[in-house]
Ligand binder design. Structure first.
Ligand SMILES: Nc1ncnc2c1ncn2[C@@H]1O[C@H](COP(=O)(O)OP(=O)(O)OP(=O)(O)O)[C@@H](O)[C@H]1O
Length: 288
């Protein structure tokens, strides 16, 4: 098989040379590996050039969700199967697909494993893979990305300050294919899957391949309900979060509100148009 191996050298603050060594050791004699290291600049175009050069069978991605998204956007309509080597700070998509955490286990799956089709969401013409949101969580991510504090402690310290400074609640005008209404909340998420990269199961009904996504309106901070998200399958109270299954939605806010896609801060915006892209990507998920 011919593999294009996209490596994000900076994701997750982690050196990837051991992953490269392990991938090379796992390859079969006739396989061919082309390595592409992202630079953070014009990576989409550079990956597209690589893809044109050879007939690849599969794209391997060592990075976080941002790097998977980059690979998917570069492939566009002619998406090849993707093998994920989770190596970001949170790895939301890998966690949602229940990929193993040890390289010894995920490398054989990424290279030769059976694939599964998953949906994605078109969000203002960007690709969303699992959960994107307006409000509190995006504010947390923005603070974290601009702070010099790293790691879990850094995240916790940033979180506490952001919680006290949050400008919410916000009024969200929501128009789905069935109805239009306005609701207040501290955060509004577009969820293609069940959980955040941190493992919090905020959308127990979410399925990544059902042709729909959920609009989740979080009404208030509720520690008891937040603790429930640590367990898969727990119903969450409708006083905490309301869920609307949709194929398409338009969200508007009076003022600009911070927005993030798959754990990466975008900017403050006041309008989002989102539409499900059924079976958009094919990801290797288990041994054949
Ligand atoms: N060589 C590089 N130098 C600086 N930034 C880079 C480089 N390569 C990629 N990037 C940036 O890395 C980001 C993607 O990171 P990614 O989401 O994969 O990892 P992460 O943030 O550590 O993980 P996660 O999304 O799981 O939290 C993109 O914004 C991309 O522009």
């Amino acid at each position: 098989m011919q593999f294009l191996f996209i490596i994000n050298p900076i994701s997750g603050n982690e050196d990837k040379s051991h992953l490269l060594r392990m991938v090379k050791a796992e390859l079969k004699t006739d396989d061919k590996l082309t390595i592409f290291k992202t630079t953070g600049e014009n990576d989409t175009e550079k990956i597209q050039q690589q893809l044109k050069k050879e007939n690849f069978d599969r794209v391997l991605v060592a990075g976080g969700d941002g790097t998977i998204k980059l690979a998917a956007e570069a492939m566009g309509e002619n998406a090849l199967p993707i093998g994920i080597l989770p190596a970001g700070s949170a790895n939301g998509l890998a966690s949602d697909l229940d990929l193993p955490e040890q390289p010894k286990k995920f490398i054989p799956i990424a290279l030769y494993g059976k694939t599964r089709k998953i949906d994605a969401i078109n969000i203002n013409d960007e690709l969303g893979l699992h959960i994107s949101d307006f409000g509190l969580n995006a504010e947390l991510i923005k603070e974290y990305e601009s702070s010099s504090l790293r790691g879990k402690l850094g995240y916790a310290i940033n979180s506490i300050t952001t919680l006290f400074q949050s400008k919410g609640p916000y009024e969200f005008e929501i128009s789905t294919e069935k109805e239009s209404f306005t609701k207040k909340g501290i955060m509004l998420a577009l969820a293609n899957s069940k959980k955040f990269g941190t493992g919090a199961v905020v959308n127990p009904k979410g399925k990544i391949d059902d042709g729909i996504f959920e609009v989740l309106l979080f009404k208030k901070l509720d520690l008891f309900e937040i603790l429930k998200t640590l367990n898969e399958g727990k119903e969450l109270s409708s006083d905490f979060v309301e869920s609307f299954p949709v194929k398409e939605v338009k969200i508007k806010t009076q003022q600009k509100v911070d927005f993030q896609i798959d754990g990466e801060y975008c900017k403050a915006i006041s309008e989002v148009n989102a539409k499900i892209l059924p079976n958009k990507l094919e990801i290797a998920v288990r041994l054949g």
